[in-house]
Design a protein around this ligand. Structure first.
Ligand SMILES: Nc1ncnc2c1ncn2[C@@H]1O[C@H](COP(=O)(O)OP(=O)(O)OP(=O)(O)O)[C@@H](O)[C@H]1O
Length: 511
């Protein structure tokens, strides 16, 4: 008997029919991957299973009994837990209180909860003091706190909605160990992710949600990331084009044969030169050279200093250098005078991206104040621009008057990034995880956005945990360890998966 049986689920939001006829089964001890494009309805399906939202029609059964949860509490009571894509935990709670909130143990003495929380946090490989306030934790940790909360309960089925999205490969491995343990205990896991190569390492079976239906239900052993990406979007997916080398590169055994429209090479002009960058207690002496039109990546473990390097460049952290040149001009760091460097920085997990979630797509993407559009031709051009962006980014919506907050997580991120890229000065920018939570097509679109920006002379520093993102977007990737760049990897003429492997290897070796 299946642990969860789903038959003919449908769900619409207004005129948008998201789930048309979804049927699948998930067995005890099975880890099942759920993939689909942004806005395909993965979270909606996960939310229905977890009692967050109700289906319009269709049936579910849990261990053979009719299952129609009225709320998350109801679902939890029946043995179904969820870690939502956008985790909201009261920042005033301690980690121990957060782990046990809403559970049967919540009323137990604090010291007991503290001890139990420590065990659960170790299980999700989270090295934080249970007395830490949630508000003092970095955002990426919240999903792991929620995962510990699910473990605290006697759940039979767990929905993990993009929990891996902000995690380093080593942290994803720990998450996978948790999923493996759940599976060995006979519990089921519905695992939603856009990080396909990693997902295929842990799931037993993969479901592709397309056009409101399960378009493919396939054992993971018969699937590879490229085919899965194609199944997700319903057409073949070409790898992103490489940078044109200014000097022809020697042919490599793992060179990518099929990439055709290359990104133009960066110019020789230096956009940013940093010598001996130091951030007290975190960065020991980093040299950076960023050419005009170049995209460099930086990655490393949480304590490697990578975030602090980015923080220093954006002027958020006090730092010192022996030399700092921005387009040949001497600059200073970490001070507030006119000569200080404060590179514009984009982060996907900033509160609602600085966007009002109740504002329409049209207004969100329109840079001018709405009331000032008095010239009809300009107004039409502006709205055309909005529609073009929505199309290019493949945003699933019925109208540009849809409010931003009603879009799927990935669609929100795409538009927020497009808005940010078009508004910030096109010079040198820092992007944190520009493709986080995006489907393969949207990732290509972001890559095109970066190509366009670099063609206009913008130079980019990408800070990321995701080896695929770094391999797809960057010309060079610096592996940061112990406050220094331990190694640079040239993505040059290599195939994306070969670059990815090198990044993972180098990052693991440097950790
Ligand atoms: N509360 C809501 N009100 C209106 N529309 C909604 C609501 N929740 C979801 N939708 C719409 O349902 C569709 C599916 O959203 P969902 O979040 O399930 O997609 P997803 O596959 O999880 O996407 P992503 O990969 O971007 O997270 C989207 O078009 C979204 O705009």
């Amino acid at each position: 008997m299946a642990l969860l049986q789903v038959e003919g689920l449908t769900k619409s939001f207004g005129a948008r029919r998201v789930l048309r006829d979804v049927s699948f089964a998930l067995d005890e001890g099975e880890i099942v991957g759920l993939v689909g494009t942004n806005g395909a309805g993965k979270s909606t399906l996960g939310d229905i299973v977890a009692g967050i939202t109700a289906a319009d029609s269709g049936l579910m059964a849990l261990q053979g009994h009719p299952y129609a949860p009225l709320s998350t509490e109801d679902a939890r009571h029946l043995g179904v837990g969820v870690v939502e894509q956008l985790v909201h935990i009261d920042p005033g709670l301690t980690v121990a209180q957060a782990v046990f909130r809403g559970t049967a143990q919540a009323g137990r003495p604090q010291e007991e909860l503290r001890r139990q929380a420590q065990v659960l946090l170790a299980e999700v490989a989270l090295d934080v003091d249970p007395d830490t306030l949630v508000g003092d934790l970095p955002h990426f940790v919240h999903g792991l706190v929620e995962t510990a909360r699910v473990l605290a309960e006697d759940t039979r089925l767990v929905v993990l909605d993009e929990v891996s999205a902000p995690l380093l490969p080593s942290e994803v491995t720990s998450l996978h160990s948790v999923a493996g343990r759940l599976s060995r205990q006979g519990r089921g896991v519905l695992y939603i992710s856009h990080r396909l190569p990693e997902m295929l390492e842990v799931v037993d079976r993969v479901l592709v949600l397309r056009d409101g239906r399960i378009a493919l239900d396939c054992p993971s052993a018969q699937m590879d990331p490229v085919r899965l990406a194609a199944e997700t979007v319903g057409e073949p997916v070409t790898p992103p084009p490489p940078r044109v080398a200014s000097v022809p590169a020697p042919v490599q055994a793992d060179a990518a044969p099929a990439r055709t429209t290359p990104r133009p090479a960066a110019s020789d002009e230096v956009a940013l030169r940093v010598r001996n960058l130091r951030v007290p207690g975190a960065v020991e002496g980093v040299d950076l050279l960023l050419r005009r039109g170049e995209v460099i990546g930086l990655t490393g473990h949480r304590s490697s200093g990578v975030r602090e390097i980015a923080g220093a460049l954006s002027g958020e952290l006090p730092a010192i250098t022996d030399e700092l040149l921005l387009h040949g001009e001497q600059r200073s760091l970490g001070c507030t005078d006119d000569g200080s460097l404060a590179l514009p920085v984009y982060r996907p997990d900033e509160d609602a991206y600085g966007v009002d979630p109740g504002e329409t797509i049209a207004r969100t993407l329109t840079q001018e104040a709405w009331g000032t559009l008095t010239d009809l031709r300009r107004e039409i051009a502006t709205l055309r621009g909005v529609i073009r962006t929505v199309h290019q980014m493949d945003v699933k919506t019925m109208s540009i008057r849809t409010v931003f907050g009603a879009l799927s997580g990935g669609d929100q991120h795409k538009l927020a990034l497009a808005r940010w890229m078009s508004s910030s000065p096109r010079d040198v920018v820092v992007l944190h995880e520009p493709t986080r939570g995006l489907d393969v097509r949207a990732r290509r679109q972001v890559r095109r956005m970066l190509d366009e920006a670099t063609e206009h002379g913008t130079s980019v520093v990408v800070v990321s945990v995701d080896p695929d993102e770094l391999a797809e977007c960057c010309d060079r990737v610096g592996i940061v360890a112990d406050g220094r760049v331990a190694r640079w990897i040239d993505t040059g003429e290599l195939a994306v998966d070969a670059v990815r492997e090198r990044i993972v290897e180098a990052a693991t070796a440097a950790a």
